[in-house]
Write a protein that binds this ligand. Structure first.
Ligand code: GDP
Ligand code: MN
Length: 393
C-alpha cells in the first residue's frame, strides 16, 4: 500500500528524522494560511501516489503567502500521470547544497534487504540507476543478522561524492530508516532527496513509503491511510465501478492492442506473447472464471474506452467458463460497442466447437479467429501495424 509524502513524513517524524515543518491544504486559501503560519519561503507539493511530481510541475517554490495561494491553485487544478491532485503539502523551503538519495527495499533475488545511497539524488535517480549504476552504493542486509553498524559505514564510505564529514549523521538517519522499515513491514522506504543544506544540516525533503500488503493486518493504525482507488487512472476507475479486473499499462509502455482473457496467469502470458509479437499491450483484463456473456460485454466496453486501442485480442481458456457463453457475450458485445475495431479471438476448452460456430454464424465477419495464442497475437499485431501503415501512407 502506497501512502502520500505527508503521511510518510508523519511516520518518519516518529523516528526523529529531520523533516521540514508543513501541513496539508485542500484549497488555495488554506495553502495561503499555512504559508503565513510557516513564514518565509515555502514549497507547495502535489500529494498524489506517483513519483516524478517535480518534473510534472507539481512541486513549486513560493516566496510569499500570496504566491503560495497562486501556485496551490495551479497545482490543485492539475493531473499528474492521469491522477487529479486533491491536496497539497505546504512546507518550509529548504536551501539545497546537495541532494542525496537514501533508500531501503527488498532484493528478492538476493533474499535480503538492500540499502542504497547516492550523492546523485533528486529527480533523476532512475536514470542514474540505468546509466551510471556505479554512482549508487549498496549494502545487503541479511534478515536474520540484521543491520550491522559497519555496513552503514561501508555504505557511506563507498558512495562516490558523499560528504564523508556527514558519516555520523547519515548513519543515524539510515539506521532509523531501517528501524521504520522493520516496524511497519515495508516494501520500500525512500528519502529522495536527502538534502545537505548550506549550513551542512541534513534534511529529508521528500519521503516515500510502500507497505507490504501482507503485513498490514499487523498495523491496524495504518488503515486510516488507505485510499481506495487513489492510484487508479480514469480508465481503471471506470473498470472498478463496472466490477471488472483491469489494469491500464503505464503510459510510457502501453501500446494499441487491448487484451481480454480469463485467469490472471493466462492474461499475463497473453501480454507477454503480444509484446513479443511486436506491440506492447494496452491493458490487463481478467474476466475471471465462470465468466458469463454479460461479463464479456462489459470487458469489451472497458477495453475500448481508451481511444488508443485499435484492436482487441480475446484469449479464453474454457474451463469453468464455457466457450459458447463467451461467444454469446462477444456477439452481444459487438452490437453495443462504443467503436468498431477488429477483434481477434482464440478460444479453447469446454464447448469450443460450439463457441466457434456461434461466432461464425451469428458474428458474421466481425471476428478473426485463431487456434493458438501465438497465432492470435501475431494476427492482432499485424492488424494494428497494417492500420498504422495505411494511416501514414
Ligand atoms: P518528486 O519529484 O515527486 O520526487 O518530488 P520531490 O519532493 O523530490 O521534489 C522534486 C525536486 O524539487 C527536488 O529534487 C528539489 O530539487 C526540488 N525541491 C523540493 N523541495 C524543495 C525545497 O524545499 N527547496 C528547494 N530549493 N528545492 C526543493
Ligand atoms: Mn523525490
Amino acid at each position: 500500500m502506497k501512502i502520500h509524502e505527508h503521511q510518510a513524513k508523519e511516520i518518519l517524524a516518529r523516528y526523529d528524522l529531520p523533516i521540514p515543518k508543513g501541513k496539508v491544504a485542500h484549497t488555495p486559501e488554506e495553502a495561503r494560511a499555512i504559508a503565513e503560519e510557516l513564514g518565509g519561503q515555502v514549497v507547495v507539493k502535489a500529494q498524489v501516489h506517483v513519483g516524478g511530481r517535480g518534473k510534472a510541475g507539481g512541486v513549486k517554490l513560493a516566496q510569499s503567502p500570496a504566491e503560495a495561494e497562486e501556485v496551490a491553485r495551479q497545482i490543485l487544478g492539475m493531473e499528474i500521470k492521469g491522477i487529479p491532485v486533491k491536496k497539497v503539502l505546504v512546507t518550509e523551503a529548504v536551501e539545497i547544497a546537495e541532494e542525496y538519495y537514501l533508500g531501503l527495499t527488498l532484493d528478492r533475488d538476493a533474499r535480503m534487504l538492500v540499502m542504497m545511497l547516492s550523492a546523485s539524488g533528486g529527480v533523476d535517480i532512475e536514470e542514474v540507476a540505468r546509466e551510471t549504476p556505479e554512482k549508487i552504493a549498496k549494502v545487503w542486509i541479511d534478515p536474520l543478522e540484521g543491520l550491522h553498524p559497519y555496513q552503514l559505514r561501508e555504505l557511506i564510505y563507498t558512495a562516490p561524492g558523499v560528504n564523508q564529514q556527514k558519516v555520523g549523521k547519515i548513519a543515524e538517519i539510515a539506521s532509523k530508516l531501517y528501524q521504520c522499515y522493520l516496524d511497519y513491514d515495508c516494501n520500500l522506504v525512500e528519502i529522495n532527496p536527502l538534502v545537505v543544506t548550506g549550513e551542512g544540516e541534513l534534511v529529508c525533503v521528500d519521503a516515500k513509503i510502500d507497505f507490504d500488503d501482507n503485513g498490514l493486518f499487523r498495523h491496524p493504525e495504518l488503515e486510516e491511510y488507505r485510499e481506495v482507488g487513489a492510484d487508479l487512472d480514469e480508465y481503471e476507475k471506470y473498470a472498478h465501478e463496472q466490477g471488472v479486473t483491469y489494469v491500464h499499462m503505464p503510459e510510457k509502455q502501453r501500446g494499441r492492442v487491448g487484451i481480454i482473457g480469463n485467469g490472471a496467469g493466462l492474461v499475463m502470458t497473453t501480454l507477454d506473447v503480444v509484446a513479443r509479437a511486436g506491440e506492447p499491450p494496452n491493458n490487463f483484463l481478467d474476466v475471471g472464471g465462470g465468466s458469463r456473456a454479460d461479463m464479456i460485454v462489459k470487458a469489451l466496453d472497458v477495453v475500448l474506452r481508451d481511444p488508443e486501442v485499435k484492436a482487441v485480442f480475446v484469449n479464453i481458456f474454457g474451463g469453468i467458463s464455457r466457450c459458447d457463453e463467451v461467444a454469446k457475450g462477444l456477439v452481444e458485445g459487438v452490437k453495443s460497442l462504443r467503436r468498431e475495431v477488429p477483434i481477434v479471438v482464440r478460444m479453447t476448452g469446454t464447448n469450443e466447437e460450439l463457441g466457434r460456430q456461434i461466432l461464425s454464424e451469428q458474428g458474421g465477419d466481425r471476428f478473426i479467429t485463431a487456434s493458438t495464442m501465438e497465432e492470435g497475437a501475431r494476427k492482432v499485431v499485424e492488424i494494428v501495424h497494417q492500420m498504422e501503415a495505411e494511416s501514414t501512407a
